[in-house]
Ligand binder design. Sequence first.
Ligand code: UDX
Ligand code: UDX
Ligand code: ADP
Length: 465
Amino acid sequence: MKKIASICCIGAGYVGGPTMSVIANKCPHIKVTVVDINEKRIKQWNQDDVSKLPVYESGLPEIVKETRGRNLFFSTAIDEAIDEADMIFISVNTPTKTYGKGKGLAADLKYIELCARNIARVAKTDKIVVEKSTLPVRTAEAIKSILHNTGNHVNFEILSNPEFLAEGTAIDDLLDADRVLIGGDDTPSGKEAKNLLSSIYENWLPKERILQTNVWSSELSKLVANAFLAQRVSSINSISALCEKTDANIDEVANAIGYDSRIGPKFLKSSVGFGGSCFQKDILNLVYIAKTFGLNEVADYWEQVIIMNNYQKTRFSDHMISTMFNTVAGKKIVFYGWAFKKDTNDTRESAAIHVADLLMEEQANIVVYDPQVSEERIYMDMDYLGTRSEAENRNLLTVTSDYMEATKDAHAIAILTEWDEFKTYDWAQIHKNMLKPAFVFDGRRILDTKHMKDLGFDFYKIGES
Ligand code: UDX
Ligand code: UDX
Ligand code: ADP
């Protein structure tokens, strides 16, 4: 079997950056080059101060510091890196389409297609092309078709190697993966390519955790894994609404059902709604694929997971409005947290965006504090919605780096991300700062109900009456 000496990864984002850093770190004999069309991003990956990498991820700065310049490189020289590589990972973004057929449902494959055409144009030697982005089933087929029809008569093997890392724990998830999935053809050259990719992961993972399947099973498993995880969150969130109407407590219910080994305790934390770049996009993809095959009941079943998630976000903001005497116009409401979960600076599909949008429709004044998300990012998120003009967004929403100062004369605080630091704040002082009644709406269930009520807050926690 030939050996892989050089890897290129197209796309230096939340997936490509951490994954390649770990591969380079664990495989010192392989040269790993991560390329991107975004010059600013590459510059950020190359800057001396590793605490300012474009992706905030625990453990990543240390790995980059140790490996960068040794066998890990970040570059904008895409063609050179493709030319040199034996194996090319495609790890570019695949957002949901915002135009044309499949708008709002299907994945936009234009970035993937551009990559495939780039590889076809440049490659002069045989390559293994690995799809790393989350893609609809049969994308490998499309990549194959582009490569085989426009290439320079070199042999391309296409593999699907979906990513299962969760942001915030990406490095641990990569170093100690539950499993690695490799899909490819069952031809002799397909099997050889799968084994070559497997041998890379075997540098740090036991072989039993590396599963080989056909391409379609691999592509579909990724969508289904995320759909199942999101479904658990929507299921528990649906019950949180019921708990609020009764005397049941959502954590007690989650704990009780999680003890059943067939159910298990993970992913049962009720929240203001799931976010992130994958869950919604992957479910929409699944829905689109099911509809394409005429499986309308299957499509409706999974779509309900998203409907429930939207309901949870709307329910949260509606509750805020009704509790605050049915009007939030002109009222200062502080948001603690903007990221879609703690320990990441990623905000894609974050519940905070939608809750802010709904409150701003009611003319509330939002002040956002998040320990990792930049002001620029927050305004980009709001502007992207297109609900109102950029000027109106800046008029109704401001961003602060002083979480305490923000609470002065505030009517309410809403917790949208479960950052640990929120639990350690001087809530007695915060209560003093606020107008009375001082409302706190805990969308992440991180604060103690009795303690908050004893301090005098008018306190609401999702999933509790
Ligand atoms: C997810 C998958 O976990 C990962 O395997 C895949 O590769 C990418 O998508 P990620 O989106 O990074 O990872 O984070 P995850 O931890 O899954 O959380 C997703 C969302 O669900 C977050 O908004 C989180 O706050 C929410 N969530 C998660 C809950 O509300 N409750 C839970 O119990 C778990
Ligand atoms: C169920 C619960 O498991 C049990 O905890 C509760 O007290 C009573 O209801 P039961 O109905 O006896 O128990 O059997 P169970 O093993 O849960 O199976 C229920 C149905 O689901 C069966 O028809 C079974 O064939 C089906 N099933 C179960 C599947 O089709 N696939 C599975 O993976 C599991
Ligand atoms: P993910 O979460 O999937 O990693 P990101 O948006 O964080 O998504 O990263 C994807 C990266 O891919 C971006 O930095 C983007 O600039 C890059 N990219 C997109 N298309 C191309 C392309 N044709 N060539 C090189 N890089 C690309």
